[in-house]
Ligand binder design. Sequence first.
Ligand SMILES: NC(=O)c1ccc[n+]([C@@H]2O[C@H](COP(=O)([O-])OP(=O)(O)OC[C@H]3O[C@@H](n4cnc5c(N)ncnc54)[C@H](OP(=O)(O)O)[C@@H]3O)[C@@H](O)[C@H]2O)c1
Length: 246
Amino acid sequence: MTNGMNVAKKKVLITGTNRGIGRALVNEALKRGAKHVYAAARGSQQITDERVTPLIIDVTNASQIQRAVDKVDALDLLINNAGIAFYDDLTNPDVVEQHLAVNLFGPLRMTNAFLPLLKRSKGAIVNNLSLVALAALPMIPAYSVSKAAAFNMTQSLRALLAAEGVSVHGVVLGPIDTEMSRGLEIPKASPESAAAGIFDGLEQGEDEIFPDPASESIAEAWRSGAVKAMERQFGGFVPQTGASRA
Ligand SMILES: NC(=O)c1ccc[n+]([C@@H]2O[C@H](COP(=O)([O-])OP(=O)(O)OC[C@H]3O[C@@H](n4cnc5c(N)ncnc54)[C@H](OP(=O)(O)O)[C@@H]3O)[C@@H](O)[C@H]2O)c1
């Protein structure tokens, strides 16, 4: 747990904002009084609100990310939301690489690129992860691998950036009613309710945010479980004085 962040009057950058949960996050941030939202997507977007600046960012493209950094003067919150999920069976390693490129290295590149601004503001990073980061869903194993890796990365970043005053949060999303989950005939939460749950969890300073009914059902067990205790123990090994991550 950290002190938490209320998004009101904050400058926020969200990836993958042209649809799904990303778009809902933009709307929710504006509803909650964000000062400015940088809405990043691979293509152009119809933006009418003057508090929103569209950015072109494919999270696998280092030079596009750098061009975006040059357009952002200050930042309090980075939300790594962009993601891909394809059905596979692990027979083709290229599919695993494709998932890692977007779902793991995308957030890592974005974090490293915007970290100087986040350190300056003592800001926060939110990574949109998934229940399948904790237990593989074998119909989408490559996706599961990539979210498990991103979850693990989130734990390390949390420990490494604590001394800089930057908090790092992982969102353990259950099924949400977007394009990504179109083939799944199971109960799904709306992207709008998930977006609200994400900002509520951030405000409460939760390390892991469980923003929908399916993920909420494991929240208590997770928080008091052996894995969380071990994360705290391992995180405690990181020196908290004079940390100097670029
Ligand atoms: N929906 C669920 O049930 C669910 C469950 C657990 C976790 N999540 C996670 O929640 C996040 C949002 O998912 P969603 O449900 O909103 O999915 P979605 O509707 O499929 O939207 C995915 C978004 O990511 C963008 N994107 C994909 N590859 C990108 C890249 N290389 N660079 C930049 N943007 C890229 C897409 O842009 P384009 O339009 O250009 O493709 C789109 O805006 C993802 O991280 C996903 O893994 C979703």
